[in-house]
Design a binder for this molecule. Sequence first.
Ligand code: C2E
Ligand code: MG
Ligand code: MG
Length: 452
Amino acid sequence: MESNGCRELLALEREQNDRLRQLLSVDYVTGLPVRRKLGEVLRPRIADSNSLPFALAVVRLDERFRRRPMSSEMAGVLLYGVGQRLTERAPDRVYQSWRTDEYIVLVDDTVDTDVLAETSAAIREAIQRPFSSSGVNIRLGCHVGFAVFPEHGRTVPELLGNAEIALGIVEQREDSSGIYHADMGYRRRRQFAIEQEITDAIQSGLDQFSLAFQPIVDRTCAIHGAEALMRWDNDALGSVPPAEFIPVAEQYGQIQILGLWAVYQAATIARTWVGDDHLEPPVVSLNVSAVQLRDPDFAERIIDLFATASVPPGRFRLELTESAIVEDPERARETLETLRGFGVQLMIDDFGTGFSSFTYLHTLPIDTIKIAKEFVDTIVESSHSRAIVRSIIHVAKGIGGTALAEGIETLDQFDVLMEEGCDYFQGYLFGRPQVTNDLNTLVVASDAEFRR
Ligand code: C2E
Ligand code: MG
Ligand code: MG
């Protein structure tokens, strides 16, 4: 038999355990039930074969929250406020995710895509209403990813994992919301594998990467330069095209190091390239992504690398896309002017496919406009394409620069471009990109069809 004192002690312990369990069930910042509780709530429903379908929405605050400088106290107040707003809309159906800036909303008894779209609109509206704190209005935003039971998973972790995959894709696309789809899972896994392998490849000394060079010729078909294009051969993934790995490297912050590696590599290779007796040494084009231009020291780093490799900066031309410039035109202008000051040439890549704003052509020191392959593809059959190409060439010359056409595959395309007065030409017709250090292997064969 228990003594009185012993019984009291056990009761106290039981009470403390209950309180502890209670404390561990709610998030200490937002006061919302934690993710684990959602599992407990849904498990019986999932086990019941007659249960109605439901959807889970994962809601993550966007960069307006992450980037805003604020005290942790203020962050706590906002996170609590967001939780309250969501709960007003859906009482008892909002949970705290593992991340403090992420919430889970249970959408009951419906998986209709229209209803999910309405739900996402309502969630966003609730979060976007300004929060006021000490007389200041703070605006937040969010992205939403959905997964539906049973289509997208038969366990809570699987459903939440898939809703997070959808959310990740939504964030990348800078969209507002999206419902999980099996392709997304594949894409996300592939991106994850690429990200891991790039990290390893960088850490193990960048040997897996190489530069291919594609010739660029002038109107006499003599070599004028070459574009450096990155190649990546990985044991696990095989040869991954740059159109696939560059965006991943941009997203996960690896493009800075890869980009600088490409500059140094191109510079050491180009040092050995000299032109024929009467020709200028070839100009080497390097692609620069928007993320690289965000680095305030980008220009200095590049100039340093050219100096280390002992090659004059005037031998290089940077290829920038319109989106890279439009992202932060003021910073782009400063960086590009510094580079231009050292003699680096500048070119707009894929012109006509992006924003094509005349403002930056007017204010930036651009030397060359590269006509996008899209127009070259149809230039022979389409009078529209031809008219667009004609105007691009006109604009290039009007700003005192030159025009370069890329993706030329046929003699007919080349003929039309010659007639329109294009200055430089690049494409499979003249040579495919090749991994080589030897300029001579790029020099277009003298008996080639297009030489006349
Ligand atoms: P881009 O700069 O527009 O490069 C042109 C792409 O078209 C290259 O693809 C090239 O191999 C391909 N190409 C050239 N001539 C022809 C042709 O006649 N027909 C066809 N069908 N294609 C042709 P690639 O090498 O796969 O590169 C794709 C993109 O990846 C590049 O587009 C560029 O945006 C990016 N990229 C490549 N290397 C780098 C790099 O070192 N840094 C950065 N930031 N981006 C890079
Ligand atoms: Mg390019
Ligand atoms: Mg291009």
